[in-house]
Design a protein around this ligand. Structure first.
Ligand code: SF4
Length: 180
């Protein structure tokens, strides 16, 4: 059976994404790797929501070892305006490498359901990594299903985040600051 490893940014974007790829005939597995989520307690709350979703929707969840926050900040410092580029690269690279390691047919990400993410940059990053690492990458624009995904998770009482993930995004969320 065809299999896809789905990088998962949060439970709420993952729910419909899992159903979508199942409907396409894929055996789905989720990967948790998000060192861009700060602080650590916030990371753990979102991970706990993901664990609960995996249990309730019955899909396997791989949790990558480590919280590479030092690596994240070393790369971002001095490039705060364009930080999403490295953030996407870091997370998709881990997904592509894990997909190869465990023999998946392809990889993708739940970020494609979010209207808040830069799809062109994500797609470009995924395609470049696919070529470099030697595995298929799937881009599908799932943005029109964003609300459907949240409808699935609403009755599940899962922790719901209020900002994208990094400290910069949290600062922007609660102030008028726009890092540019
Ligand atoms: S805003 Fe979101 S996607 Fe961009 S660097 Fe921060 S956590 Fe990553």
């Amino acid at each position: 059976m065809k299999s896809v490893l789905i990088h998962c940014c949060c439970a709420h974007c993952t729910a419909y994404t899992i159903n979508y790829w199942r409907q396409q005939g894929y055996e789905v597995t989720a990967l948790w790797y998000n060192p861009n989520i700060h602080p650590y307690t916030e990371h753990q709350q979102r991970l706990e929501a993901m664990r609960s979703l995996a249990k309730q929707m019955d899909f396997p969840l791989i949790i990558a070892k480590g919280y590479d926050v030092i690596d994240y900040f070393r790369k971002i410092v001095g490039h705060e305006v364009g930080r999403c580029r490295y953030c996407f690269w870091l997370r998709l690279k881990k997904t592509a490498e894990t997909a190869i390691k465990y023999d998946f047919s392809a990889f993708t990400t739940s970020l494609f359901i979010s209207p808040h993410q830069e799809h062109d940059l994500l797609r470009k990053t995924g395609n470049e990594l696919a070529e470099e690492i030697g595995i298929q990458f799937f881009y599908t624009d799932l943005r029109k299903y964003y609300s459907d995904s949240r409808r699935i998770t609403k009755p599940l009482n899962l922790y719901r985040q209020q900002y994208c993930g990094c400290l910069y995004s949290e600062w922007e969320r609660y102030t008028d600051v726009k890092i540019e």
